[in-house]
Design a protein around this ligand. Structure first.
Ligand SMILES: *Cc1c(COP(=O)(O)O)cnc(C)c1O
Length: 453
């Protein structure tokens, strides 16, 4: 179907695709995108798609936000690039660190920059290793995360990610321990209440700590709502049950807010939505509204003080990326924070979240939708073959991929994840655009369920 000189053919000839089902590409071709308008993207054929995934969760202000583009241009004019090594950094970097500590849930703190969320998680792990060794506990190195967690793709962050696909790389590395995913609907046992489920997970955490030895565990990482695991809000009371255990054994708790951060759950941070106080926050994706690759580790006051002391002891933190704290990225992030918090974007998420939920509740009446779940502007619908028993469809049917492909044909981008369909539109979405999203989604669901049911 590809013309020899088509964009699709050229893409397939020279680009190596990541996280892409290649048989689908061979069959359907690549969507080659030229630009965007608000929450829509436009391909080389002029077709428009409502991107209900905000790019990859990150383009929260849409694809052509004038203020963000102006902020980038202005900073490129002033100072188009610099680093943050050897006691030098740009003025924009100074201002962004102040801003991030100000908008963080912490009274005080320190910020370290990376180019991505994966690198930010990697950096946090190295900081913990560095810190514990400096405090006389060099064996305190194991990392606790959960199954279905997504923390990135570098060797360390992929080891933290709790997905079976990483076995093709021989990962996780030794010392990365995965606990039960706090998804009550899927992992709750027969007859187990949600409170009993949470108590079981808390026991599992404590048993793991005592089995491994608290002195061997460097930290616990968790997304407030699991994103790439299929939009999984924690079971009720989950963080309240596990935080005291982590405190008891002196294990730092890191909130990976790469998706939840800056408004996605309806509050600035997911830890505010779920009412817990982490020791550090990992931020990326929305940090620059997707306009620049950037990640940040935001240390709370206790970790900041301890890392500071560890650095003083050897006079240096021997870590950093060439483009850490890039002035253009920092200028864009400063603008993005302002846009999300002060131009009504976070407000729009809060205002439309109940409408979002009501729409999905109605759509989930279908016999082949097992569960709808989410919060704010991050939701998922999970397809099932049989609703009462929660039996999934045969994996060979690729039901969620078929739904997503049918949506694409109708001009809606949504993401298949396992047997779920994920919806996480830009924060600028209007009511009319939300209706368009539901309308196209329902058409696709009915078409695919008629084929497979
Ligand atoms: C996307 C994501 C990451 C990784 O970020 P990259 O910029 O893709 O490296 C880490 N944690 C969470 C929760 C994410 O959603």
């Amino acid at each position: 179907m590809n013309q020899p000189q088509s964009w699709e053919a050229r893409a397939e000839t020279y680009s190596l695709y990541g996280f892409t089902d290649m048989p689908s590409v061979h069959q359907r071709g690549t969507v080659v995108v030229t630009h965007g308008e608000g929450p829509y993207i436009v391909d080389v054929h002029g077709r428009r798609y409502l991107d209900a995934n905000s790019g990859l969760w990150n383009m929260v202000a849409g694809f052509d936000h004038k203020g963000l583009i102006e902020a980038a241009k202005a900073q490129y004019d002033r100072f188009p690039g610099y680093h943050a090594f050897f006691g030098r950094m740009s003025d924009q970097t100074v201002m962004l660190s102040e801003k991030l500590v100000e908008v963080s849930p912490f009274d005080n703190g320190r910020v370290f920059y990376t180019n991505s969320g994966s690198e930010a998680n990697d950096t946090m792990v190295k900081m913990l290793w560095f810190l514990h060794a400096a405090e006389g506990k060099p064996q305190k190195r194991k990392i606790l995360t959960r199954w279905n967690a997504y923390h990135g793709v570098t060797a360390v962050s992929a080891s933290m990610t709790g997905k079976p696909y990483n076995s093709v790389f021989g990962l996780p590395l030794p010392g990365f321990i995965h606990l039960t995913c706090p998804h009550y609907w899927r992992y709750g046992e027969e007859g187990e209440t949600e409170a009993q489920f949470v108590a079981r997970l808390a026991r599992e955490l404590e048993d793991t700590i005592t089995r491994e030895g608290a002195d061997t565990i460097a930290g616990f990482f968790a997304e407030p709502v699991m994103g790439a695991g299929g939009v999984i809000p924690p079971a009720k009371g989950y963080f309240q049950a596990i935080l005291p255990i982590l405190r008891k054994y002196d294990i730092p708790m890191i909130s990976d807010e790469v998706i939840c951060g800056f408004g996605r759950t309806g509050n600035t941070w997911g830890c505010l939505t779920y009412d817990f106080m982490p020791d550090a926050i990992i931020s990326s994706k929305n940090l620059t509204a997707g306009f620049f690759p950037m990640g940040a580790v935001i240390l709370g006051p206790d970790l900041a003080k301890r890392v500071e002391a560890a650095v003083e002891a050897i006079e240096e933190f021997p870590h950093g990326f060439t483009a850490s704290g890039h002035p253009v990225g920092c200028a864009i992030a400063l603008k993005a924070i302002d846009v999300v918090m002060n131009e009504g974007l976070a407000e729009n998420v809060r205002r439309l979240a109940p409408r979002f939920e009501a729409g999905l509740k109605r759509i989930a009446d279908r016999p082949n939708i097992g569960e709808y779940r989410g919060i704010g502007f991050m939701w998922a619908l999970e397809a099932v073959k049989d609703k009462p028993t929660k039996t999934p469809f045969d994996a060979n049917l690729s039901v969620s991929e078929r739904i997503a492909n049918t949506c694409t044909d109708l001009g809606l981008i949504c993401r298949p994840l396992g047997q779920s369909i994920v919806l996480c539109p830009p924060f600028i979405l209007t009511e009319a655009q939300m209706d368009e999203m539901f309308e196209k989604l329902e058409k696709a669901l009915d078409k695919v369920f008629a084929e497979v049911a």
